[in-house]
Write a protein that binds this ligand. Structure first.
Ligand code: ARG
Length: 254
């Protein structure tokens, strides 16, 4: 019995040492700084302009945290590491264009959505527009994304190629190593606008999704505080102003 107890105690001790806990709202408020992770390779949402991290989500997060009375400290990492890091309590919140999916919602807690969008097909060949046109084609997507899941469902494709960043997936299309690329519709639009001569053709949307920030599973008070501050930016005109600056339209979900 005593041995069992000792074992249980040391197991608990090991657990406490190796599993940090998600910082609840009160603790974040006490420190005054919200630790936010993003990717920084998904323009116009989160990207580097030279050495400066910027984008719609970066500026929006700055507005939201200001409303929460907090400073923000950024971390940038590979897309794949972002949600996992929440579970290890390496940062408080992730904002990197994650679509709300049932699978992800098992592992993290999503806030209210900050925009609505979907996966769009882009190709060089104007004949490749819809999911049925992807039959027999090679399609590029970023690893770990909802694009991957949804392209997988298109049974007739020849092959799906995964890339560590969305920028790599785009380059594969640009150099015609693949027939099509599936990415966010606003990312796609921005690429076409910025490179009018490159020959990218926008196709149809493959699916739609609601995009939200995420916190560690069950860190509900922090999620709620974020969602409330986000709602405030949507009510006071600052969200609309920012959205128009990046997209010439208001991209909130309605
Ligand atoms: N919206 C897509 C998803 O939910 C793609 C997100 C990609 N974000 C990024 N920062 N590369 O998976």
């Amino acid at each position: 019995m005593k041995l069992l107890k000792t074992l249980a105690c040391s197991a608990l001790a090991v657990f406490t040492v190796f599993s940090a806990h998600a910082r609840p709202l009160a603790e974040v408020q006490k420190s005054g700084t919200l630790l936010v992770a993003t990717e920084g390779q998904f323009a116009p949402f989160n990207f580097f302009n030279g050495t400066t991290l910027t984008g719609f989500e970066v500026e929006l997060a700055e507005l939201v945290t200001k409303k929460m009375g907090l400073k923000i400290q950024w971390k940038t990492l590979g897309f794949d590491a972002l949600l996992t890091g929440l579970r290890q309590d390496r940062w408080d919140l992730v904002i990197a264009s994650h679509g709300i999916t049932d699978e992800r919602a098992k592992a993290v807690t999503f806030t209210a959505p900050h925009y609505c969008s979907g996966g769009m097909i882009i190709a060089m060949d104007p004949a490749i527009r819809s999911s049925k046109d992807l039959a027999g084609k090679v399609v590029a997507v970023q690893t770990g994304t909802s694009y991957l899941e949804n392209v997988q469902k298109v049974a007739a494709i020849k092959e799906m190629k995964n890339f560590p960043t969305d920028v790599d997936a785009r380059s594969a299309l640009n150099s015609r190593r693949v027939d099509a690329w599936v990415t966010d519709r606003f990312v796609a639009k921005a690429v076409v606008d910025k490179n009018p001569g490159a020959g990218f053709k926008l196709g149809e949307m493959l699916f739609i999704e609601r995009i939200a920030a995420a916190v560690a599973k069950g860190n509900q008070q922090l999620a709620d505080a974020w969602s409330k501050a986000l709602a405030d930016t949507m009510a006071d005109g600052s969200y609309t102003e920012l959205s128009k600056k990046y997209f010439n339209e208001d991209v909130r979900c309605n």
